[in-house]
Ligand binder design. Structure first.
Ligand code: SAH
Ligand code: SF4
Length: 390
């Protein structure tokens, strides 16, 4: 039996372990807080435990075995990508994006992906394996630690600058300093939009959501987490019945079945009618709005007539075009395609993106264009393949 992984354990699991070890239950709570509040990544740092217990944790448990191989940064340090090696040799990537008012981590749920979407770098790998809940949790904890480290270097920078300029440190506004300010010091959002399809690894992924949400531990609000799915209708229906109101994004990318199947092979299994029926069931049951992602590929799915077809679909128009459907509670997020090496596809030009957006807006469909992050380190949407840029 390999040593148990602490990141794979709920608080109840840890309490059971402590019982086995003849320790009181509150030790489990101490360890749990060390892992998820203090962000300790080594039992040696858990200084509220006895040396003996720390030693036993080090000898008889692991955190989960993800090894940080390297980090890369872009966008002036506000985008940071980590490459992790799993114990069996597969690799996954995680991206931290720091904004003036928030910080978001994009977590991978599988090494590779089985879905084979033709525009996605991860899809070219095929599925290597599912990640465990602990391996997803470890990525969010990495991001939190990275933010903490940034904050420390930010303070150092500030001290240095204050000294250089002969100022008092508190007289310098936050905005003068690198990447962090008061709102972005703490990890504020988790998006499950990295490598893999979360809903194809549903149980482990949901266990990670629950762990990260746990108010006794990491305490990430449900509304601060988002999953993106390629459109697994069964997963969407299942999510509708879960107790935690996390956000749902759905990769749509085409307004009709022929085109959608050509871009996303999973459309043959869950065609648009079924996907939209599941989405309607979700919005009705939860009262929550969904986001539709739409990657814009030059000349493939970015014509104004396709925008119109998309608008009609989402406004609930019937095939006959009669204007009596019920609009879906949704928002569209347009994503200009990020290049994937060797792909014959092209990124839509700026004017085509703007024109596509305008058609949707004119038709009454809320629509924004996603701002790209990290393209130069292959950290943007759909570029994670774990082998980029040496
Ligand atoms: N498997 C999930 C989540 C991971 S991909 C899904 O497919 O939804 C996150 C988003 O990036 C999806 O909307 C996906 O379609 C999109 N994407 C994939 N490749 C892309 C690329 N090269 N450029 C821009 N977006 C891409
Ligand atoms: Fe998998 Fe999502 Fe990429 Fe499709 S877009 S291959 S589902 S990661």
């Amino acid at each position: 039996m390999p040593n148990p992984a602490l990141y794979d354990m709920t608080l109840a699991d840890l309490e059971a372990l402590m019982r086995d070890w003849g320790q009181p239950a509150f030790r489990a709570r101490q360890i749990y807080r060390q892992l998820y509040v203090n962000l300790a990544d080594d039992p040696a740092l858990m200084t509220d435990l006895s040396t003996r217990l720390r030693g036993r944790l080090a000898a008889e448990t692991t955190l989960g075995g993800m090894r940080l191989v390297r980090t890369q940064e872009a966008d002036g340090g506000t985008t940071r990508k980590a490459l992790f090696a799993l114990p069996d040799g597969a690799v996954v990537e995680t991206v931290l994006m720091v904004y003036p008012d928030r910080a978001t981590v994009c977590v991978s749920t599988q090494a590779g992906c089985a879905m084979g979407c033709i525009f996605c770098a991860t899809g070219t790998l095929g599925l290597l394996r599912n990640l465990s809940a602990g391996e997803m949790v470890a990525q969010a904890l990495w991001a939190s630690r990275e933010l903490r480290a940034l904050q420390i270097s930010n303070v150092e920078l500030r001290l240095q600058k204050a000294e250089d300029d002969g100022h008092r440190i508190d007289s310098l506004p936050d905005s003068q300093f690198s990447v962090l300010n008061a709102q972005s010091r703490r990890l504020s959002n988790i998006v499950f939009m990295g490598m893999g399809e979360a809903m194809a690894n549903y149980d482990r992924w949901w266990a990670a959501v629950q762990r990260l949400h746990d108010p006794q531990g990491f305490n990430m609000g449900a509304r601060s987490m988002t999953v993106s799915t390629v459109g697994l209708a069964n997963g969407i229906r299942r999510l509708a019945g879960e107790g935690l109101p996390i956000n749902l994004a759905i990769s749509l990318h085409a307004p009709d079945d022929a085109l959608r199947s050509a871009l996303l092979p999973i459309n043959d299994r869950f065609p648009l009618a079924e996907l939209l029926a599941a989405t309607r069931a979700y919005t009705t049951q939860t009262g929550r709005r969904v986001s539709f992602e739409y990657v814009l590929l030059q000349g493939r799915n970015d014509h104004p007539h396709q925008a119109l077809a998309l608008a009609k679909l989402l406004r609930g128009h019937t095939a006959e075009g009669a204007d009596r459907g019920v609009p879906l509670l949704c928002h569209v997020n347009l994503i200009p395609w990020n290049p994937v090496p060797g792909s014959p596809l092209g990124r839509s030009e700026h004017q085509r993106v703007a024109a596509f957006q305008q058609v949707l807006v004119d038709y009454g469909v809320a629509c924004t264009v996603r701002v790209e992050r990290g393209a130069e380190i292959a950290a943007a949407c759909g570029q994670l393949a774990g082998l980029s840029v040496e």
